[in-house]
Design a protein around this ligand. Structure first.
Ligand code: SAM
Length: 244
């Protein structure tokens, strides 16, 4: 499928429309999301010949998209099962480990990337610190996550997460007879927009390149500057930084 141009309303419509078939046709959905994301990263830094570490990369859709643009892709994930979801083979060059303790040398990576993982770790600031640490001076950190008060912040328990994460998980369990995969307090946490903006303000070894709502058209970027409204309206916060 052709991607609508970056920053346009048509692209946002395409992405939000794609969420409808995330469950029924994950290959189609994740292929679209990964190619859009690789293109968005390429907007900030060349990919060809660069080492890109994907923290919490999951199955190989992102590996395919970044390799198609010439990057030397290294995936890392904490869960071996996630790497072969949807019947996919584990992408070559994938490492098992935690985003909160990256098994890589300081300053060893050209581009450190993470999409929709930060909300799944108990200490998001530690993971963000680790991403900055392993990035080489001049390299780029591209960090995006689904913030808690977004309409889909509760993942499969949304919109009931607005009444509390534990309550939403209990409700899901009663309805489906099993715990949600994204279970509040063990695999899903309340990571706000303000929390990571505060983390960003404390950073001394990165320059901020961009702070924006990842899926929105460029005219809607102002939302991340408005306290409270940004927690609901951002959906997915993207931080792009360059290491000093
Ligand atoms: C929602 S998926 C995102 C996959 C992919 N990055 C994307 O954007 O579609 C979250 C991924 O984060 C991984 N993950 C959760 N906790 C992690 C941790 N502490 N370190 C690394 N990966 C983790 C999960 O195993 C899963 O593959």
């Amino acid at each position: 499928m052709d991607l609508a141009p970056l920053g346009t309303f048509a692209r946002s419509r395409q992405l939000f429309g794609a969420f409808r078939y995330e469950q029924s046709d994950p290959a189609r959905f994740y292929t679209l999301l990964a190619s859009d994301s690789a293109r968005q990263v390429a907007h900030y830094t060349p990919l060809s010949g660069r080492t890109l570490l994907d923290v919490g990369g999951g199955p190989g859709y992102f590996a395919d998209a970044f390799r198609a643009r010439g990057a030397r892709y290294v995936g890392l994930d904490a869960d071996a099962g996630e790497l072969s979801l949807h019947g996919r083979d584990v992408a070559e060059g994938t490492v098992l480990g935690s985003g909160m303790a990256l098994p890589f040398l300081t300053g060893s990576v050209d581009i450190t990337y993470s999409s929709n993982v930060l909300e799944h770790v108990p200490e998001p600031e530690v993971m963000a610190d680790e991403m900055v640490r392993v990035t080489r001076p001049g390299g780029v950190v591209f960090l995006s996550y689904n913030n808690w008060f977004a309409p889909n912040g509760g993942h499969e328990t949304a919109p009931w997460h607005y009444l509390g994460g534990h309550r939403a998980a209990e409700r899901y369990t009663r309805k489906h007879g099993r715990r949600p995969k994204n279970d509040f307090g063990s695999s899903l946490y309340r990571t706000s927009v303000a929390q990571m903006l505060r983390w960003l303000e404390r950073q001394t070894d990165v320059d901020v390149v961009s702070v924006l709502p990842r899926y929105h058209p460029s005219w809607a970027r102002w939302i991340v500057r408005v306290p409270v409204a940004r927690e609901v309206g951002t959906w997915n916060l993207l931080l792009v930084m360059r290491k000093r």
